[in-house]
Design a protein around this ligand. Sequence first.
Ligand code: T5A
Length: 209
Amino acid sequence: MNSKAKFISIEGGEGAGKSTAIKTIQSYLNQHGIAHIVTREPGGTPLAEKIRSLLLDKSEETLLPESELLLFFAGRYQHVEHVIKPALEKGLWVISDRFVAASFAYQGAGRGIAEDRITYLKQWLLGSLSPDYTLLLDAPPALGLDRIKARGELDRIEIEKIDFFNRIRAYYLNLAAKEPARFHVIDTNRSLSDVEENTCLWLQGICRG
Ligand code: T5A
């Protein structure tokens, strides 16, 4: 088995099945004795979790796209410096429920912020840190939103119009096509057992290196 600690991010639209896939990944890594942490964005540190609430809770004051982008990066920098880098340095695999691709998809393609502004923040704050692998869970936005509506009340971002989520989905799929060595796409408009099997096969390939 390839022993270098891996940094893996999980991306996708709302309700595409990220949390579900992460449970499969955790159980696979535990079975194979691979030491790891599971973390998330927005969030991942106590302060970044407070930023998460600012980002997801509905408020009377409109959160402007630029402020939104900067808050995501503020939380991400805390997360990277306090959690992700130390874990990788200790040899732990890092599984992150979303990472910087989400800023390009949501704040870039979704909100319309110019890509070079997001690239600037990425280069400044993250340097060369990038996930070794990204699992993209893909489902039609309407299906993902139906799944999360069944779970309860929608957050500030989940109440956006369907076009917003269609742009995000198209961005992710395009990025995955441009970076096939890093991305693996799983269509989650399939049974949970199919998605689980595909996730385990993908991990097997990563472990063999
Ligand atoms: N954001 C985030 C940005 O705008 N910019 C950024 O830079 C970052 C980092 C974060 C929000 O912030 C935005 C994106 C988001 O709007 P989040 O905590 O990541 O939010 O929340 P969501 O993406 O909304 O994640 P969810 O938990 O809502 O969805 P998941 O994890 O994708 O879906 P999951 O696994 O919980 O599944 C949802 C339901 O569907 C069922 C599950 O059982 C569950 O009930 N399901 C299936 N049912 C049938 N068949 C399948 N194959 C299924 N897969 C899952």
